[in-house]
Write a protein that binds this ligand. Sequence first.
Ligand code: GCO
Length: 481
Amino acid sequence: MGGYAVTPGEVGRRQFLAVAGSAALAAAGTACSSPSTEGSPRSGERASFPDGFTFGLATSAYQVEGATTADGRGRSIWDTFATKPGTIDDGSSGAVACDHYHRWEADLDLLKGLSATSYRFSVAWPRVLPEGRGQPNAKGLDFYRRLVGGLRQRGIEPVATIYHWDLPQALQDAGGWGVRESADWFADYAAILFDALPDVGTWLTVNEPKIIVQQAYQLGWMAPGLQDTHLSGRVLHHLHLAHGRAVQAFRASGNAGRIGACPVVSPVYPFTETDESRAKAALSDITENTLYLDPILRGRYPRLDGQEPAMVAGLRSAERDGDLAVMSTPVDLLGLNYYSPVFVDDFGQPRMRYPVASNGWQQVYPRGLHDVLVRLHRDYGLPLMVCENGIPDAAGQSPLEDPHRVDFLRGHLLAVHDAIADGAQVLGYHAWSLMDNFEWARGYTQRWGVLHVDFETQQRTRKKSADWLADVMAHGSVPRS
Ligand code: GCO
């Protein structure tokens, strides 16, 4: 069994394990295949999804919109971060990205052409509130009104993320997520969206708080690029509080529709069948998952001994009586992003057991998605929605030929199918991503789309995986082979 240990403490900090990528690929040579595709299905056999299950694709504002100075948009922390030398692999930014701000109609036509029934996008806070608070920018709101209307016209369900990492710089200057007021700012911003966009059927509050805490505030790899573990604990607490306050604002708005959180989940398994490995996996499960689930869904923090002491001290310094009740205001669903499992050895070190994607951090293990859906259903009893799941282009592939992505999507969709058969209520599935885009600190060096984007011409072209997914979405069923 190939194994590969990364630096202590880096488990789950997936974006930046890329440096270790080639070694990981070499080490993963003996990887096992997906349990979901085991056996020999008869050719032509398909797995059908329940009526009402939605299939779609996901993007986020800063990664696709571009037009960062158009129509009064304010500056975000990513605009600032990307100008700092050495932060983005190719020295790029989201200033143009896919120019989706201007090309959204054609993009929605492409989405419709793929037979998607759902689209997950995010709203850029600095487009709506250039200074983060105060008077909304009508032109910014209009963009999202047109987008939501355009989706509805095409029979596609809008799934809107309120915050996908692009905090207005003015709010960062006022302390960002490190100060308690951030929860008020967020709730006020969310209330503006609930009022302006009543046709959004599903709202997601904060995308992947774990990545904000770990990569933006502990490791400094994401905007705002800080390395302050104590502060990261405060940020964690305030992000949960902001989530709860937004859910309250949603209820107060009287809007129809549903709202929930959107953590990235990583099922954690012992690497070996030893008591040590199991104990370390249980500890890592708190760092990876329950720290971001229990406060908002159970109204309590999990055991914090064994977590980073400075982070815990920061969290405790932010906590006030009554916060957990606000954080755990009941939601309607739980969104989740799934990319990779985590395997932990006797020493608490992350190990690679399954094939590793070209990004170097992602183990391809579809069964992990099944396991995490069944577990979330068991532990929290909420309807679930897969909001992101995908893989970057393979190293050296020709631009439109991505059979590994077809295998990935098939394996994971079959895992969702199995989880539904095992009792999980899963409302829908979104592949990451509709199109190649600005992959944060990786810039444009990693392509995650089912649509290829030529960033010189902005031409979009279907990859093989887009054709495959279009067939799945048109039929509501997945070929088993
Ligand atoms: C995330 C973000 C996406 C990424 C995607 C690929 O999960 O990090 O939600 O914006 O682009 O996951 O890394």
